[in-house]
Design a protein around this ligand. Structure first.
Ligand code: PLP
Length: 376
């Protein structure tokens, strides 16, 4: 089986799982326990926080709150700070951001504004800035788009947003960026969401990185863990494994970026251009290639690929009542419904091999040509 749906989730790093195993087997104590085993765990968690923060943030300026996933981190950021006036996000966001924004609109908490996208999936920065005014309290712009791989320059966007209104709280969903592209958090970004299972960590662990000077109102109340910012007994095994996986990813990030980019381009070169059109840009994340078999159904191609042992993602899917849906992100980039319907997302991991790329290209070509013939 060839797994090229790594933007959905990645295989956990075995070495990181093995290293963290002692937190199941031996150090299974409650980190809040008031005896030395509990204190020792608190200090292990502190080390994990540093290991996760260090590669992307100045530890004097930023701290990290553990959560259960990227979705929770996004929700915590939004429900904690998007409280009045108007709040702004982009048409390209993941549902972990779009759904809380929609909920705040329904509640009448704040006026909601959406900035449009460029053809490659980046936000249209000028339009975003036009919508910022003196009543804007919160802006959320994703770092790497999960469907198009487009990279937003969130440091620059945050800076420009704050030049217009310095009171804005700026959040970025960094779930597809953390550990996958080289980046340092700028001082104008207030909040940044990350998730373990996208980088060889386990499902069920995430974090919200926050500027230290910002007071984060809790989203989950209870026993006061995470200095009261996020209650609930910490998932010590998952957190330690996340930290080890991040160490692994960041230690070879630049080298892997080059290699994976090479594979992405090799795959695109090998694809039959009479079947596939490229949607994602060369400048986007090396880990994502978004293509469309315009006029064909991506969901059918996904099933055909599955039958051949190739797993890829798709932006178009059928809802339970069989109504056709298209990738809202691809449509927001200005593509038509046929292009959105034919979309496939091929996403790589550090373990992807050249042989897998060759094999994936021949499977995608064979099924695309076959379906096209049958559609005539
Ligand atoms: N944000 C983006 C951009 C994502 O791609 C995802 C996962 O697909 C999430 C948020 C949600 O993360 P999690 O699965 O950890 O809740």
């Amino acid at each position: 089986m060839i797994y090229l749906d790594n933007a959905a989730t990645t295989k956990p790093f075995k070495a990181a799982v093995d290293r963290a195993y002692e937190f199941i087997n031996e150090k299974y104590y409650n980190p809040s326990a008031m005896y030395k085993e509990g204190f020792a765990l608190q200090s292990e968690l502190k080390k994990a926080r540093s290991a996760l923060l260090l590669p992307i943030a100045d530890q004097n300026a930023f701290e990290l709150v553990f959560t259960s996933c990227g979705t929770e981190s996004d929700n915590q950021a939004i429900f904690s700070f998007a409280r009045r006036g108007n709040i702004i996000t982009t048409e390209g966001e993941h549902s972990a951001v779009l759904a809380p924004f929609a909920e705040l609109k329904t509640r009448g908490t704040a006026q909601v504004r959406y900035a449009p996208l460029e053809k490659d999936g980046r936000v249209n920065v000028e339009k975003l800035l036009e919508s910022v005014d003196e009543k804007t309290c919160f802006v959320s712009v994703m770092h790497v788009n999960n469907e198009m791989g487009a990279i937003n320059d969130v440091n620059d966007i945050a800076k420009r947003v704050k030049q217009k209104n310095p009171r804005v709280i700026f959040h970025s969903d960094g779930v597809q960026a953390y550990g996958k592209i080289l980046f340092k958090l700028g001082k104008e970004v207030d909040l940044y969401s990350i998730s373990a299972h996208k980088i060889g960590g386990l499902k069920g662990v995430g974090a919200l990185i926050k500027r230290k000077t910002l007071t984060l109102p809790p989203y989950i109340y209870g026993g006061g863990q995470e200095t009261g910012k996020r209650s609930g007994t910490e998932n010590t095994f998952g957190i330690m494994q996340f930290a080890y996986a991040a160490e692994e990813k960041f230690s070879r990030l630049a080298e892997k970026n080059e290699q994976i980019k090479g594979y992405r381009e090799k795959l695109w070169q090998a694809l039959n251009k009479t079947v596939y059109t490229r949607l994602s840009d060369v400048a986007g994340s090396p880990y994502i290639l978004t293509i469309s078999a315009v006029g064909l159904r991506g969901a059918i191609l996904q099933q055909m690929a599955n039958d051949q042992g190739l797993l890829v993602g798709t932006g178009s899917a059928c809802s339970s009542n069989s109504k056709r849906r298209f990738s809202a992100v691809v449509l927001a980039c200005g593509y038509d419904e046929k292009t959105a319907d034919g979309m496939l997302r091929v996403s790589f991991s550090d373990d992807t091999t050249e042989e897998e790329i060759d094999r994936a290209a021949s499977i995608l070509n064979a099924i695309g040509e076959d379906l096209k013939r049958r559609m005539k």
